[in-house]
Design a protein around this ligand. Structure first.
Ligand SMILES: [Zn+2]
Length: 315
């Protein structure tokens, strides 16, 4: 699928710069693009054991992985992310699987591509290495880039239409991943950071402000970027509103379904039900989000309901 088709879908010039209230030009769909929801919990509901490497299921349980992608496409996702969130070579090395990085990522992409309907897209998912750059950690930027380059190259070889870097809490690491992806392919590269809400605004764990992230991604000329995870749907709408003040580019919003809590059975549950999450979808759009999906706590049913809201609100 050519990159131009994906960018047409999103709309190249959402154009809100300095003109609050103006929504700008929508993409080909006439509504925001819909991504998928959480993946890890879907794997667990299909039996992924605790502590097992999720990416290993791309070769061990391909039917389960394909089934999840199919469920998101069926409920309305315009694009889904591959089962490769922890697929950087450094992250896989924590499971002793660093030398299978290319194999597991190529398989991840191929599984999603196998169930991709015509006109829909597959994003090669890249998450954090789980390690820190110097001086907080032991790794150099060159080591991170090399690790991400192996992953990105395999995702594109497996058929990914674009790269989706997500849940990054260190802007420097996100930029390593983006540069790496750029160095090995020419598919569009998107990136989302995970922010905490503070009285002073939205900041990553490493202290990067929303405005700093926007500026850095614009400098790298990424066609779309935004925020995912950690924040509830209403807080994430506020975060997008903040990012929108600093950019006219397409923004990505993938909130959690509220805050994680432990229930009586000591299982992690999320504080927002579908009704509360879906009620905020128009707020995300109004705040300036062009690409919307769900993160932790969401599932295909959330996407089905979000799709209905987006279709109903289509101008
Ligand atoms: Zn999340």
């Amino acid at each position: 699928m050519p990159a131009a088709a994906l960018l047409d879908l999103i709309g190249r010039q959402p154009g809100c710069l300095g003109r609050p209230g103006r929504r700008g030009q929508p993409g080909r769909l006439g509504r925001p693009v819909l991504l998928d929801g959480a993946f890890g919990t879907e794997l667990m509901s299909r039996g992924l054991p605790q502590g097992h490497c999720p990416e290993l299921w791309n070769v061990e349980k391909p039917d389960a992985v394909r089934d999840i992608h199919r469920s998101y496409f069926e409920t309305g996702s315009d694009a889904v992310a591959t089962n490769s969130f922890g697929g950087s070579r450094i992250k896989l090395a924590a499971y002793g699987l660093g030398d299978r990085c290319a194999e597991l990522n190529a398989a991840a992409a191929a599984l999603a591509v196998a169930v991709r309907p015509a006109g829909r897209f597959v994003g090669g998912d890249i998450g954090p290495t789980g390690k820190f750059l110097k001086p907080q950690g032991e790794h150099t930027a060159a080591e991170f880039e090399e690790s991400f380059a192996v992953q990105a190259s395999a995702l594109v070889a497996g058929g990914a239409d674009f790269i989706l870097i997500e849940t990054m809490f260190d802007l420097r690491e996100a930029l390593c991943a983006a540069r790496a992806a750029r160095s090995v392919s020419d598919v569009p590269v998107f990136a989302t950071m995970t922010f905490n809400r503070t009285p002073r605004g939205f900041f990553t764990l490493m202290g990067d402000s929303a405005a700093q992230c926007v500026a850095a991604f614009e400098t790298l000329d990424l066609p779309a970027f935004g925020a995912n995870c950690t924040l509830t749907s209403s807080d994430l709408a506020e975060c997008i509103r903040e990012m929108r003040k600093h950019t006219a580019r397409p923004l990505i919003a993938q909130p959690n379904a509220g805050k994680p809590e432990l229930n009586r059975a000591a299982e992690v549950v999320y504080s927002q039900d579908i009704e509360a999450f879906v009620a905020d979808v128009p707020k995300l759009v109004e705040a300036g989000a062009n690409i919307i999906g769900g993160c932790c706590g969401t599932n295909p049913e959330y996407i089905r309901r979000a799709a209905a809201v987006l279709r109903a609100g289509k101008s």
